[in-house]
Design a protein around this ligand. Sequence first.
Ligand code: MLT
Length: 256
Amino acid sequence: MKQKLYKDGNKKNPAILFLHGFPFDHRMWKSQIEFLKNDFYCLSYDILEKWEKSKKTEPTPFEFLVDDLFSIFEREKLGKLVVCGLSMGGYIILRALERKPELFSKIILCDTRTEADSNEAKLKRVAGIQNINENGVDKFLKEFATNTLSELTIKAYPKLYKKALKITKDRTENSVKSFLIAMQGRTDTTSVLNQISVPTLVLCGEFDTITPPESMEKLSSQIPSSEFVKVPEAGHMAPFENPKFVNEKILEFLNK
Ligand code: MLT
């Protein structure tokens, strides 16, 4: 099954491909795409789509998610382009950089990490699956989505919080369980950082507790040509929580 590629803007403009975080989908990038689409060809897709449409529950090696990204490049005949990924989307980009660095002209990494799951993180994935089995996927999704946002966003921007819950509510039990296992099995990509030869922008919400600013600043410092920017008033979903700030930073980076 082919994943649908959402295309906004004029194909003649420079392209940027967005990879969302878990358990969101391409709609998390709406503000960035609206802001950039007049000058850039904005592409996005739903990483979990295939697993949502399939009735089969089968193990999903993380590597398949990277293969899916490469399939999109091949199928759409995309040349070298800018990619922007958040958290799980960043994991995919970092592994793709190890396998085919020639595909990328610039990289934007938001609220992500290179380290594989620690023992604690692995057990948390298992607890997540147990929670789904006992209480249903909706409860799990609500808790997970809530944790990705800062308290400030939840309290001060209830509409945004509602939007996050609406987007993530669409996930299926099958896809969520498959992806918890997939992320649990991803490899460590730290050694790719000092080999990244293209300009990189690293963004992290100041209140991100999942991939905290200190760890992302360290990640950025290992990339030869990288800029680290802390996003004010945002948690783990920085582009979603403070789009105005993030959009300007992305535009500045793309125009450099
Ligand atoms: C995400 O935002 O994509 C998730 O926090 C990734 C993860 O669970 O490791």
